[in-house]
Design a protein. Structure first.
Length: 174
């Protein structure tokens, strides 16, 4: 089965909200690796903002959203502390946000397919790099990023200590 990364539209909003809530519920039943909080992040407005900006993409499986990713040019302020592997202006870099795979699709390689599709899109749009941050204890995500060729750059504080999220690893693909 082939998967295509496509821009989401406003008709996807209800399903994206359900995806976020189902993901957080599943994380809370097991281990909440990213530290996401229902009603805080990610929420419906996260999806609406991404759709409006044209930066939220989805992968569908059997006409249902199996995964979603936001690709924009908005790094967290702490990214300035990093010595990135390749010099690039903000508009030459995709930043990955809100990378989500539906819990019912877990273990099917959807995350890897989404990352590879994001890399393909970055190439098509002449991006010099893709960057992201990941909570240091989110070991499943870290393994996936490294498997897909992302390089660890450094660890920074994104100012989320009030949620128990003190340190985030920065990764780059170029």
């Amino acid at each position: 089965m082939t998967f295509k990364l496509e821009q989401a539209n406003l008709n996807d909003l209800d399903e994206l909200e359900q995806l976020y809530n189902a993901t957080i519920d599943s994380l809370n039943e097991n281990i909440n690796y990213p530290g996401w909080i229902k009603g805080n992040y990610p929420v419906r407005e996260t999806a609406a903002d991404g759709i409006t900006a044209g930066t939220l993409y989805v992968i569908r499986q059997k006409n249902r959203i199996a995964g979603t990713i936001i690709l924009n040019h908005k790094p967290e302020p702490a990214y300035q502390e990093a010595r990135w592997g390749i010099p690039a202006k903000k508009d030459e870099v995709f930043i990955i946000h809100t990378f989500v795979v539906h819990p019912s699709c877990s273990g099917q390689g959807i995350g890897e397919k989404m990352l590879k599709a994001a890399i393909d899109l970055a190439h098509k749009q002449n991006m010099k790099a893709i960057r992201l941050d990941v909570y240091e204890n989110n070991l499943p995500a870290i393994r996936l990023y490294e498997k897909c060729g992302f390089d660890y750059i450094t660890t920074v504080d994104l100012g989320l200590g009030m949620y128990g999220l003190d340190a985030f690893k920065l990764y780059e693909y170029y």
